[in-house]
Write a protein that binds this ligand. Sequence first.
Ligand code: ZN
Ligand code: ZN
Length: 199
Amino acid sequence: MTEVLANSLPEGARCAAHPETLAGSLCARCGSYACQACSHEVAGQSFCGACVSTLPVKSTPGRRLGAAIIDSILVTVPMYTAAMAAVLSEELGGLEVVLMVVGGLTTVAVLGLNLRGVHTRGQSIGKRLMKMKVVRADGSRASTPRIIFARNGVPMLIGVVPILGGFFGLVDSLWIFGNETRCVHDLIADTIVVEAPEG
Ligand SMILES: [Zn+2]
Ligand SMILES: [Zn+2]
């Protein structure tokens, strides 16, 4: 019965690390044979010991929240400073104009840096500071349009729908606590957030 499991392996295939042991599986990344002891199951695929240690490690919900808070503060503080200076002032004096210009320019600069970071490394400023990045679910590079439109844009559009938007926002963030450690916006864009210790 158990031989059926090894149906893709040639007769008598041996583990790459243990030549005395019959192989039970094929590594999904490097294609080498692995015995039961060497084989690791990750997301429905088998990997040998060497490859499993190089697989991307998903970031924890707490660290992702930290990055999201940093990103949110970096954009909202200068933006609200500019908006408040414009709205609250009876008449536009020198201080209000300075606050509007500095706040506005800082907001644009932060958005520009985020765009550049996402394009070159899959990292917003917050994710870069927290040493994590966005990649495709299979570990490959996530394209800029995928991150900007599918990952950020679609949830933003759903977010402005009355009632549904608020409900979606809650479900989106709470989904991180599921088995896959992914938000709903990760599922929409087919992305994961992984540790990037090298920066
Ligand atoms: Zn391997
Ligand atoms: Zn082995």
